[in-house]
Design a protein around this ligand. Structure first.
Ligand SMILES: C[S@@+](CC[C@H](N)C(=O)[O-])C[C@H]1O[C@@H](n2cnc3c(N)ncnc32)[C@H](O)[C@@H]1O
Length: 191
């Protein structure tokens, strides 16, 4: 991942407001374990990581942007949370195998790391993944279609995991209602 991408995100995060946790986490919080190790990948300001840490999980959060990581670090410190935020290019650094009870990804897609991500889950571990689809209803999200999911693609990228929840509404029915521009998957690694 190039320096220009890092600089772009650093500029965005310098004065960005704190985001809310992703829908995949909010709607499926009841599936999370009460303790263990959790990872947020490409965390940005780490709204998901903060939620996981507030629930008592020991959280690691990785992002390319030093500005985002520093802001997250300070926020976690001020709340006394068990959260370690690290600057890390997730495509360039090896992933430890069977290290995490929970992995969360929101609004980030790099297919080259999906196999490593699956291996990084402990047996019984839970993946919560949400990002933009290629055929949205509004223009929200990245302009490059490579960073968007094809129809049902999360299911294919993480085949072999046990699906616990999946949401992708597409253009079905009344497109003025519902949640259309993203898809989410909650899936568990077999024991
Ligand atoms: C659209 S933002 C999403 C941030 C956060 N997950 C959220 O939902 O608010 C995409 C994030 O991916 C990070 N990112 C992009 N490429 C990355 C890489 N190779 N390794 C780690 N982080 C990366 C960016 O720095 C940015 O924070």
């Amino acid at each position: 991942m190039g320096r220009s991408s890092r600089d772009k995100w650093d500029r965005i995060y310098a004065d960005a407001d704190w985001p809310v946790p992703a829908r995949v986490v909010r709607e499926n919080e009841h599936l999370l374990p009460s303790r263990g190790r959790a990872l947020e990948v490409a965390c940005g300001l780490g709204a998901n990581a903060l939620l996981l840490a507030r629930r008592g999980l020991a959280v690691t959060a990785w992002d390319l942007s030093p500005v985002a990581v520093e802001r997250l670090r300070r926020r976690a410190e001020s709340e006394g949370l068990p959260l370690r935020a690290e600057v890390r290019d997730v495509t360039a650094t090896p992933w430890p195998p069977e290290a995490w009870d929970v992995i969360v990804v929101s609004r980030f897609l790099d297919r080259s790391v999906c196999a490593a991500m699956r291996k990084a889950l402990k047996p019984g571990g839970l993946l919560l993944y949400q990002t933009f689809v290629r055929d949205p209803v509004t223009p929200a999200g990245p302009s490059n279609p490579a960073y968007r999911l094809a129809e049902n693609e999360l299911l294919r990228l993480f085949s072999g995991l046990i699906v616990r929840a999946y949401r992708e509404e597409g253009h079905c029915g009344d497109r003025c209602r519902g949640w259309r521009d993203e898809a989410y998957l909650v899936a568990q690694k077999p024991m």
